[in-house]
Design a protein around this ligand. Structure first.
Ligand code: NDP
Ligand code: PYR
Ligand code: MG
Length: 755
């Protein structure tokens, strides 16, 4: 059941954090700040006006500042995951992580603040005055019992939601999971006998929420480092533990678990043994939620209790019970209703919405994102998976409704259905579909040739590719060189890593014969072909793919794109009726835009432009977008009527004749294509129903220049150019590619191999 193929290494995780700008977060302006006038508006004197308005009416801060969409993630690092008290500074990677999860899953801007004190009063004082800056405060990884006092006081002192994620986020998700686990095993919340290991932030909140939802007080036994918390115990107690002390003969976790229906682990790695779970009731429910390593692994549980329903806090096992399913959506609902608090009804609504969502039919696009796993409601799918795009339109709506019904919404939402639709479109669909593509690749791992196998960057990418479970890398290079380089960078070759030396390969003759057949009438002698196979790794690798000895290939770090392209197309042709072309995928500011052709057609004819539009639209659709194609030019619909724009106008006519099944229009300029207000205002007849997401460039130089400019100056993520139309899957990265770029394109090549 464990999916070892997804395990990441320490080296990968460190490099991920160190690469490029260190860390995971940056701040970007939302207004132009280029001219003296911009400065006068954004800063003095213009900024005085919003200040004066806010002073008069504080609610207008939500209109004139970012406050309403910014949440601070605040910690002192006293309970960093299950790693213990690492201190404020060392907690920063987790806090940056939480901040980016807010953005990724709920489009909430977030900043991490690490407060360097263990003193409760000092911490409260450091935070209590920050209210004006934020729409909400997400407290994180603060240990119990201090966290209870801190949260309670800050909730009293501040007029924005203060939410300790480890308490309530965890409680909401774990309760949702328990509702469904009980439902599947024919239990009722009222009767379920639950043992909770850990009596800290997460555990206490879980028990409190579950009791509010109907779990019986006497049915819950809580344990901590001293064992069972029974009535009358004095050692290691505090008022929060005492509230849950019960009359019981059990004194150890093992004794408490005898006959128990359910177990919640919110303590530390390895706290539970197989002997303990053996004694639990039939179909035991075991949520081992300590991070990063659970109290007991699902494999260990299944070995002794195959009838168990198991969940962990990790993403590499089924049933991830992790607060990432909660805090982004709960804050979304709270911010959008401008609720000053996140109350019990809002928490219960979130838990019920999550539980209900897992019981619904899983649509194809969600199933695709988790291919290889069973995503029908059942023991292996108790709770929605984090990349489920339905979460954003379900959970915040439930939270917002509860806020309104419980009377805490300062800005009620009149039409919750319209709100749900708005939320669904708020998130970038392509970002989610990439996850689907990568999961598909994992479910059918292929053999991918990394042609430049002696390059350190390529080796790292190949190993990362393998570790991620995307497939089996095959490196082209001299074996001793590859091993020496691996050693020099502190890595060792994993078992079964294939390295092929082109010169010594026993396939050499077959490839040369094959190549000679293709090139003999193009001026190549047999010995020229032999030399190419022997010496040119791109040719050798492409021959492997052509002859079925590998499924796909990736190259490009050592040669210019054009040179690599030429070498590969000596071996491979375009697919019948397809063109070879390059497509850049740009993900920035919440949207994804595809740009074509960035690599092959220098001055495309109208027919060629129409073909490019069709192939680019097809790929955009495969990636989860509804294509809206703009054929770009310097002119807009005949203005100015210059000769150079004629090709583009004619391409639109070609598409008209072909009666294609996607939206397109042109010629138009890039600003009109991307700014829908401008498009509607100035060209109301334009047939696009939203801003363009596929940009067909009029010529190679414009495509290449503009995409590189965007790449360098635009921010965001750029994937590609993705080579489209080749008969076999080959991708060429650009020479400056990072390890991640290589892995991404290798995965896209694999995807093509399985499609
Ligand atoms: N999956 C998820 O979404 C989440 C998981 N968690 C996980 O829950 C765990 C606890 O986090 P949190 O509540 O914030 O931390 P706290 O520091 O507030 O609480 C930790 C609790 O664990 C208890 N504990 C430690 N070791 C053991 C042990 N060997 N046996 C029994 N109890 C033990 C401590 O007992 P004592 O009181 O005696 O010191 C304490 O009560 C962490 O592993 C964390 O990663 C937390 C939040 C979310
Ligand atoms: C997930 C989380 O917040 C924790 O383990 O602390
Ligand atoms: Mg936490």
């Amino acid at each position: 059941m464990e999916d070892n193929s997804r395990r990441i290494t320490e080296e990968e995780a460190l490099r991920f954090h160190a690469e490029g700008k260190p860390g995971k977060i940056e701040i970007a302006p939302t207004k132009p700040l280029t001219t003296q006038r911009d400065l006068s508006l954004a800063y003095s004197p213009g900024v005085a006006y919003p200040c004066l308005h806010i002073a008069k009416d504080p609610a207008t801060a939500y209109d004139y500042t970012a406050k309403g969409n910014v949440v601070a993630v605040i910690s002192n690092g006293t309970a960093v995951l299950g790693l213990g008290d690492l201190g404020a500074l060392a907690s920063k990677p987790v806090m940056e992580g939480k901040a980016v999860l807010f953005k990724r899953f709920a489009d909430i801007d977030s900043i991490d603040l690490e407060v360097d004190t263990r003193d409760v009063d000092q911490f409260i004082n450091a935070v209590r005055y920050l209210g004006p800056s934020f729409g909400g405060i997400n407290l994180e990884d603060i240990k119990a019992p201090e966290c209870f006092i801190i949260e309670q006081r800050l909730r009293e002192l501040m007029d924005i939601p203060v939410f300790h994620d480890d308490q309530h986020g965890t409680a909401i998700i774990a309760s949702a999971g328990l509702i469904n686990a009980c439902n599947l095993t024919g239990r009722s919340l009222k009767d379920v006998k639950l043992v909770v290991n850990g009596a800290g932030a997460a555990s206490i909140a879980c028990i409190e929420l579950l009791k509010a939802m109907g779990v019986g007080h006497d049915n819950v036994i809580m344990c901590d480092t001293k064992g069972v918390i029974y009535q009358g115990r004095t050692e290691g107690m505090n008022q929060w533990k005492s509230a849950h002390a019960v009359k019981t003969e059990a004194r150890t976790l093992g004794e408490a678990l005898e006959g128990a229906d359910a177990f919640f682990g919110l303590s530390v790695k390895g706290a539970v043994t197989q002997d303990m779970v053996k004694k639990m009731a039939k179909q035991p429910i075991i949520f081992a939620m300590a991070n990063p390593d659970p109290e007991i692994t699902p494999e260990d549980v299944k070995a002794v209790r195959p009838d168990a329903l198991v969940a962990t806090g990790r993403s590499d096992y089924p049933n991830q019970v992790n607060n990432v399913l909660g805090f982004p959506y709960i804050f979304r609902g709270a911010l959008d209703t401008r609720a000053p608090t996140i109350n019990e009804p809002m928490k219960i609504a979130a838990a019920e919405a999550l539980a209900a969502l897992a019981r619904e039919d899983v649509p194809d696009e969600v199933a695709a994102a988790y291919s290889g796993r069973r995503l029908t409601y059942g023991p292996e799918y108790l709770i929605p998976a984090p990349f489920d795009p339905r979460l954003i339109s379900h959970v915040p709506v439930a939270v917002a409704r509860a806020a309104m019904e419980s009377g805490v919404a300062h800005k009620p939402i009149a039409d919750l259905n319209a709100y749900a639709r708005l939320l669904a479109t708020r998130m970038n669909p392509v970002a989610g579909s990439l996850q689907g593509i990568f999961e598909s690749v994992r479910s059918k791992p292929k053999r991918i040739v990394f042609a430049e196998g002696e390059e350190e960057k390529v080796m790292r990418a190949a190993l990362e590719f393998k570790n991620a479970g995307y497939g089996m890398p095959v490196l082209i290079g001299r074996e001793e060189r590859v091993h020496a380089t691996l050693k020099s960078i502190g890595l060792s070759a994993p078992d079964g890593l294939e390295v092929h030396n082109a010169r010594l390969s026993h396939n050499n003759k077959t490839y040369t014969d094959f190549l000679f057949k293709r090139l003999q009438r193009k001026g190549f002698l047999y010995r020229d072909c032999q030399r190419l196979v022997n010496q040119d790794r791109n040719v050798f690798a492409a021959c492997m793919v052509a002859m079925g000895d590998a499924d796909a290939m990736v190259t490009g770090t050592t040669r210019s794109y054009a040179a690599a392209f030429e070498e590969i197309t000596r071996v491979l042709d375009a697919k019948p009726n397809k063109r070879l072309l390059g497509l850049m995928m740009m993900i920035a500011r919440g949207r994804t835009v595809f740009v074509a052709d960035t690599t092959v057609h220098e001055l495309p004819t109208p027919e060629e432009l129409a073909d490019i539009a069709e192939q680019a639209a097809d790929t955009a659709r495969q990636m989860g977008a509804v294509p809206r194609v703009a054929l770009l030019s310097f002119s807009n619909f005949g203005n100015p009527m210059r000769e150079k724009a004629q090709r583009v106008r004619a391409a639109v006519e070609v598409l008209d004749r072909r009666k294609v099944d996607f939206e397109y229009d042109g010629e138009m300029s890039a600003d009109v294509a991307l700014d829908f207000n401008l498009m509607r205002r100035s060209y109301p007849f334009c047939r696009l129903t939203g801003p363009a997401n596929v940009l067909v460039m009029p010529a190679l130089h414009t495509a290449n220049v503009s995409s590189k400019l965007l790449q360098q100056l635009g921010g965001g993520t750029v994937i590609g150019p993705i080579l489209l139309g080749l008969e076999k899957p080959v991708q060429i990265v650009e020479m400056g590619a990072t390890v991640s770029d290589i892995v991404n394109l290798a995965a896209l090549a694999s995807y093509e191999a399985i499609s």
